[in-house]
Design a protein around this ligand. Structure first.
Ligand code: ADP
Ligand code: MG
Length: 356
């Protein structure tokens, strides 16, 4: 299938700063794609180049197979929603949504039908005559979204649209945004620095770091199989065991970590015996046993800090070798207390090798 958006070797340089470097990214139609990364990694720049608000320094962007880098924003069939989604304060909800359609010269009847259809989609059909200041924050957000969707753009660009909302409303809007995307079948390109938000909504997450793509994939894939330390650390939390490769029997590598033989999935990397290697382990993949288990690797340690977090409890376990591991346990099952001696173990398949 032809990608709806295709960045081919796109670069953006500000003075001496490479804000976006060698970006190659193809987006399939109808997907919810999220650019995720820390502040300053080039997410907004990428979005703004696609929207036409920023020139590319080199490379080309294609929309439905046609190069668009030379076109002004109003000649590109994309639309953008920002965090400060200012509605026109002097126009009703219906006129706000109709605005882009009137500009296009659409007929009154057709505009009315389209506005009604969009308001119904977000259950605001009874609010057509209200003014923006008579709406709640969540309702204003929905209207802004419908205003952006009204002209039927090929792609809807969303630059951290939820970051000004409080936590509860934000979670609610995440679910709603995803459901609107699924109902309309539109391609959404969403930007956030919040990994939980990205995991909640996306079909595909593109993790960016310093202007480059670190890794892209489905949320579960990125979480279970991070390729780099950056991704393993940015999405969720990870323990890192730094050691050396002893042997490889694809797909399992044996790593020497401070005198312990640790098995890990090679995870698409090509480990060479003798080379340095890092194994990533999710805190919730670890468990604690009161005694040494038979026939399985477990490392002896002592529980340091124990923090109750509601849905789970986290433990810092200091091992005999001086290293410490972060362990997350279900509080219901947890009987360990600070100072207890424990054996920390994990299932082999939960340990993955990183490429760097
Ligand atoms: P993000 O959206 O991921 O936080 P941006 O795309 O806004 O990051 O910025 C990427 C980098 O480019 C940052 O280092 C930022 O300071 C820089 N940058 C963005 N816009 C400009 C500009 N107009 N002039 C100079 N530098 C810019
Ligand atoms: Mg930004």
């Amino acid at each position: 299938m032809q990608p709806v958006v295709h960045f081919k070797n796109v670069n953006k340089v500000y003075g001496t700063l490479a804000a976006v470097e060698n970006l190659d990214l193809a987006i399939a139609p109808g997907q919810f794609v999220t650019l995720l990364g820390p502040s300053g990694c080039g997410k907004s720049t990428t979005l703004r180049m696609l929207g036409g608000f920023e020139d590319v320094t080199s490379g080309e962007i294609y929309l439905d197979g046609k190069p668009i880098s030379h076109l002004p924003p109003n000649k590109r069939n994309v639309n953008i929603v920002f965090q400060d989604y200012a509605l026109f304060p002097h126009l009703t909800v219906a006129r706000n949504i109709a605005f882009g359609l009137e500009l296009k010269g659409m007929e009154r009847e057709a505009i009315h039908r389209r506005v009604t259809e969009l308001l119904t989609l977000v259950a605001l059909q009874d609010y057509a005559g209200r003014m923006p200041d008579q709406l709640s924050g969540g309702q204003r957000q929905r209207v802004a979204l419908m205003r952006a969707l009204a002209p039927d753009p090929n792609v809807l660009l969303l630059d951290e649209p939820l970051s000004a909302l409080d936590a509860k409303l934000r979670q609610q809007m995440q679910i709603e945004l995803k459901s609107i995307q699924q109902t309309t079948g539109k391609t959404f390109l969403f930007v956030t620095h919040d990994q939980e938000e990205a995991l909640t909504m996306s079909d595909v997450i593109v993790v960016m770091n310093k202007g480059r793509i670190e890794q892209m994939g489905g949320p579960d894939e990125l979480y279970a199989r991070p390729r780099s330390r950056f991704v393993a650390d940015f999405i969720g939390q990870s323990n890192f065991l730094e050691g050396r490769v002893v042997s490889v029997s694809d797909p399992v590598a044996t790593i020497d970590w401070q005198g312990n033989s640790v098995h890990a999935d090679v995870n698409g990397t090509s480990p060479a015996p003798g080379a340095r290697a890092t194994v990533a382990l999710r805190p919730e993949a670890l468990y604690c046993l009161p005694g040494k288990p038979e026939g399985r690797l477990a490392l002896k340690g002592r529980i340091g800090r124990r923090v109750f977090k509601g849905a789970h409890t986290s433990l810092d376990v200091t091992l005999e070798n001086g290293a410490s591991l972060l362990v997350q346990l279900d509080p219901v099952a947890l009987s360990h207390i600070e100072g207890d001696e424990v054996w920390v173990g994990w299932r082999e398949r939960d340990a993955v090798l990183l490429a760097d």
